[in-house]
Design a protein around this ligand. Sequence first.
Ligand SMILES: *Cc1c(COP(=O)(O)O)cnc(C)c1O
Length: 394
Amino acid sequence: MKPIYLDNNATTQVAPEVVEEMLPYYSTFYGNPSSMHTFGGNVGKKIREARAKLAELIGAQPEEIVFTSCGTESDSTAIWAALRANPDKRHVLTSHVEHPAVKNLAEYLGRNGYRVTFVPVDNQGRLDLDHLYSHLSDDTAIVSLMWANNETGVVFPVEEVAKRVHKRGIVFHTDAVQIVGKLPINMADNTIDMLSLSGHKLHAPKGIGALYIRKGTKFAPFLMGGHQENGRRGGTENVAAIVGLGKAAELAVARMDDENTRVKALRDKLETSLLSAIPNSMVNGDVASRLPNTTSIAFEFVEGESILLMLDEYNICASSGSACTSGSLEPSHVLRAMQVPFTAAHGSIRFSLSVYNAEDEVNQVIERLPPIIDRLRKMSPFWAEKERSCQTNA
Ligand SMILES: *Cc1c(COP(=O)(O)O)cnc(C)c1O
């Protein structure tokens, strides 16, 4: 049975057009793009096409794109490149709500001789810009901020920040994995030095990513080896996946409008219907600056995991705002950084849509979820407690 898949910020369905475009590169066209013969050279030509399509999606020049194995590799490559290019600078600035791909590397650097500043966010997930600017120093090697948050969809004003950071001669990197393909971006119009993206978040396969490196940016490769990717990333190209990412980029350009009209309207319908049908529910994050496909909703006094299990019985896929760390359920670092109250953070569910969602799927969630929350609350000691205190107050 086909699931009702509302977990597109975790990964997406590979577009059928992408699969079709990739298959010949696993069978007929298996040549090495670096080979001298025409058979290999034709594969190289296809990679150039894919690079141009991806560049078009983000308003970059094809030479500014380096294919990597994933978003995580792109993030690591960018941060290490900036540190190696500025060996005497020992300060790194990032935020409290980054994806583990940046967060865990930043924490590692903090334990290994670097000074790391984590910029806080407010209770809507908005970046504290004053805090950020006041911590820039001549010792800062890199500022790395996500463009859009994977849990809440909140979009940071990274272009504005990049301008200030760039003026001080500091490298600016953005983890744009969640925004690429969902909102239009144009690297020709900003001063961001490096940008990470990942294939599987935009209907290309898992295991392919890219790093945008602005012309003129000092760079040192993460993977040293052959001359592939113009000497910026060694290793024989993952040809089929690169071809797939190129096709996915082309589709994203064509579907950007649908994402920002129909998909956004479905997200809004889901959100407003659930908020009005379920008492003690609220949105996590700044609704004024958000991805069109994402909503994180807190259902107070219930466990997110229990909600997910009950949705799973209807084959509805979403994710919760908790992470199982060392055997206990902890609200995610993102919701904690936003100081979402304990009772709300624990009952937070993220729904993330894509162009493959239809209205009847959203309608099913709107029908199924309110009775689920009701049932769970009847079993919740926190809810009983709250009901009691309300009655006493009345
Ligand atoms: C998924 C994701 C990543 C990691 O990308 P992978 O390709 O899975 O390594 C990094 N940053 C953000 C914001 C993401 O959502």
